[in-house]
Design a protein around this ligand. Structure first.
Ligand code: HMG
Ligand code: MG
Length: 298
């Protein structure tokens, strides 16, 4: 039976995933212009920054300043990455109402990315989960390397499903499945998603596919009939993980929204404004949008 959704929730990750990997310095004003452009285009969920170590990710050292400049809008959720209590406390002080913890289905990747094992990452998340509950903050969970790892190669999809379940059991309201290095193909993506949906309610699962090998849209399409209705994407295809060599941007929001609208699936996003936002940030970075739909749009 097809569970094809009628509407999809887009989680825009460009201000965080998109900009964390940039070599050049990007001003707080440029970041806020990107976030405001997305909001104006009707994007309701925006991951605005990460409260991570500035030694590890210098590009996000301005996270508190970015949050201080956010336009308050009750219809929009501004979220931020928080790897540990220190990050959570900073996010709370900055007025963030939704945070995301992140771990992986690969031990080697976790060591490189957050300097701890998968089991240790859960120990770090435990105090965040209870502090968040007390403060009324929602916690999202990420699983990286769901379709392959830059250090370990193939990843057992059962491990992905187990990690996803553990995150939900700890209190995450949603789990985002990251193909960090954009290595998966549609049948693998669908098999992995199906296995996760056996352990976690399908309404709590998000797709976070990087487009390194041009497979992201096909992989999303393979998961839609299985009930996938939350998609992470990045305007102009910005993105990449500094701890996954060769990992390029997330699937572009323009490509995803164009495909969904063409299929009669609603997103609430205005394509003209989205495209303009993708062009503005690309211009600020001195490059063409990494999105075919953006380039072809009138
Ligand atoms: P560590 O070095 O093991 O941490 O890093 P530590 O607790 O030993 O602290 C070392 C220093 O960092 C101390 O400062 C701490 O105060 C400071 P010092 O005493 O040396 O001056 N520190 C912090 N500063 C600011 N904010 C914090 C923080 N925590 C410690 N939150 C840590 C561990 C987790 C902090 C580090 O490994 C880290 O920040 N990693 C983040 C890496 C990252 O951001 N990666 C990219 C995002 S994940 C991703 O892109 C994947 C995703 O998109 C999904 C997908 O595509 O698969 C989500
Ligand atoms: Mg990512």
């Amino acid at each position: 039976m097809s569970l094809m959704p009628k509407a999809v929730k887009i989680v825009e990750v460009s201000p965080r995933d998109g900009l964390q990997n940039e070599k050049q310095i990007i001003s707080v004003e440029t970041k806020l212009a990107l976030i405001n452009g997305l909001r104006d285009a009707g994007v309701k969920n925006i991951e605005v920054t990460g409260f991570v170590s500035p030694k590890w990710v210098p590009q996000l050292a301005d996270s508190s300043e970015v949050c201080a400049g956010l336009v308050s809008d009750d219809s929009v959720t501004y979220a931020a990455l928080t790897p540990n209590m220190k990050g959570f406390e900073k996010a709370l002080a900055a007025g963030i109402k939704e945070v995301a913890v992140f771990t992986a289905a690969s031990e080697s990747f976790n060591q490189k990315n957050i300097n701890c094992s998968i089991a240790e990452s859960f120990e770090r998340f435990a105090p965040i989960m209870s502090a968040a509950k007390e403060a009324g903050i929602k916690v999202r969970g990420y699983v990286s390397c769901v379709l392959g790892c830059p250090y370990e190669g193939d990843i057992d999809p059962q491990v992905v499903a187990d990690v996803a379940k553990k995150l939900v059991d700890m209190g995450c309201f949603e789990v985002s499945l990251g193909d960090t290095i954009g290595i998966g193909t549609p049948t693998a993506a669908a098999d992995m998603f199906r296995l996760c949906a056996e352990q976690v309610d399908v309404s709590q699962l998000a797709l976070h596919f990087h487009d390194t090998r041009g497979q992201a849209l096909a992989n999303i399409l393979a998961c839609l009939p299985l009930g996938a209705a939350i998609i992470d994407s990045s305007v102009a295809g910005l993105g990449g993980c500094p701890y996954a060599k060769g990992a390029t941007g997330n699937v572009s929001t323009e490509n995803v929204v164009y495909m969904l609208h063409g299929m009669g699936i609603e997103t609430g996003i205005d394509m003209d404004k989205l495209v303009a936002t993708g062009r503005d940030i690309s211009k600020a970075l001195g490059r063409e949008p990494n999105s075919q739909v953006n380039k072809a749009w009138g």
